[in-house]
Design a protein around this ligand. Sequence first.
Ligand code: KQY
Length: 353
Amino acid sequence: MPGEFEPHERCWMIWPQRRDTFRYGAKLAQKAFVEFAKTISRFEPVTVCVNGDQYDTAFMAVGEYAQVIELSNDDFWMRDTGATFVTNGSEIRGISWGFNAWGGLTDGLYFPWDKDEKVADKMCGLINADCYKPEDFILEGGSIHVDGEGTLVVTESCLLSEGRNPQLSREEIEEVLKEYLNVTKIIWLKQGIYLDETNGHVDNIFNFVRPGECVLAWTDDESDPQYAISKECYDILSSETDAMGRKLIIHKLHIPNPIYLTEEEREGMDQVCEFWPPEAGTRLPASYVNYYTANHAVIFPKFDDEYDAAAEQLLKKIYPEREVIGISCHEMFLGGGNIHCATQQQPISGEDH
Ligand code: KQY
């Protein structure tokens, strides 16, 4: 699996539509999404997948910037339901992991998820790529980050969660990941961002800038529960070497001030059961690390927070060769993820590389 910072053929996304996670029938999330898709399309071709009932709406909104195709789905998060692409240097193939809405009937986030389960297979079909299907193995794309040179970073809280692969030991999970992603070194962080409903996806707390160099979500506020989590990640990353034997250069990317779900935002979401949407006042898992590395660009989430400027400054410093663009992400973020979770890169296959 190439690193995300390597050249892309295109970026895949899904039109936001869920009424129980986005507010006001997802209208505000759709507006934010258009800005987002338009920005990515300046750097690489974009494909937007959409359910049939919203095809015309999506086409009118983003058809000018993206290829819009009908592809049934249950939710917006292409990073997690889409194919993970791998290449052997001359050919590209997809991996269609099992998907159970972040924990199935144990602690998953919705039911049913049958359309999401098929998104990756359909993507591979559309680009005529062969598709691997690991048997009885649940994984989301947001729970893995690779450096393209043999190193994979994951979190224990997610990959060892009860709702995913409880029948497998940590060693057995490692075997599957090594085989399908062709990695030789797996670095296990303990947890992701505080209260992240994905059981702590790695892509909200950590990212590779390039081989040997990474960013880590951070806070200087020792009273914030995030502090102990980030500090533990920092200690693990500083004591590890990657697959090539390098010590990692770690950049601390300060999180925004805590953001809480407001009563007004909650009221805008459809109530679908006793425990959804969550209560007003619930802290949301905000992190600038949830950015997308596009061809020649980095597109990062802005939270209208005092730390937005510091995030932009750091990203510009560590990505001098890329344009760094901030996008107001709040409406998409209300859905539980962010910019990185909403995308899936298709790497350029070997021959074009
Ligand atoms: O963070 C992600 N990769 C997706 C979050 C999904 C939340 C569903 N409500």
